[in-house]
Design a protein around this ligand. Structure first.
Ligand code: SF4
Length: 108
């Protein structure tokens, strides 16, 4: 789930040369308490070549993923692996973690 702030939505809408009304309708789902999230999985901005079409303007959650500096990383593992094969950022971070941690799938 990608949480989007008003400021981030403004930035990406501008980048896409879309009105906020169109951007919100096409890409966002709004919760009852004003929280906004991307409404598709995989994200609308993931291209067929696995690149992010809004990379320079990507959302804060994308920039800080996997948020190792924040508490509760193990609680987010399910979400992380749920999108492992869809999002290049998740794939690349997990693959780098495997290297750093000397992960060996045959080491049981
Ligand atoms: S980094 Fe991934 S999840 Fe974030 S906007 Fe780009 S394609 Fe979407």
């Amino acid at each position: 789930m990608i949480v989007v702030t008003e400021q981030e939505a403004d930035l990406v809408a501008d980048h896409l040369q879309q009105s906020r009304t169109d951007f919100d309708r096409e890409h966002l789902e709004k919760g009852s308490q004003g929280m906004m999230i991307m409404h598709t999985i995989p994200c609308d901005f993931l291209q067929t070549n696995n690149a992010c079409s809004v990379y320079e303007k990507r959302f804060g959650g994308c920039r800080e993923f996997p948020a190792l500096h924040l508490p509760g990383f193990t609680a987010r593992l399910f979400t992380t692996f749920m999108h492992y094969d869809r999002c290049p950022i998740i794939f690349n971070v997990v693959e780098q973690l495997k290297e750093v941690l000397s992960f060996d799938r045959n080491d049981t």
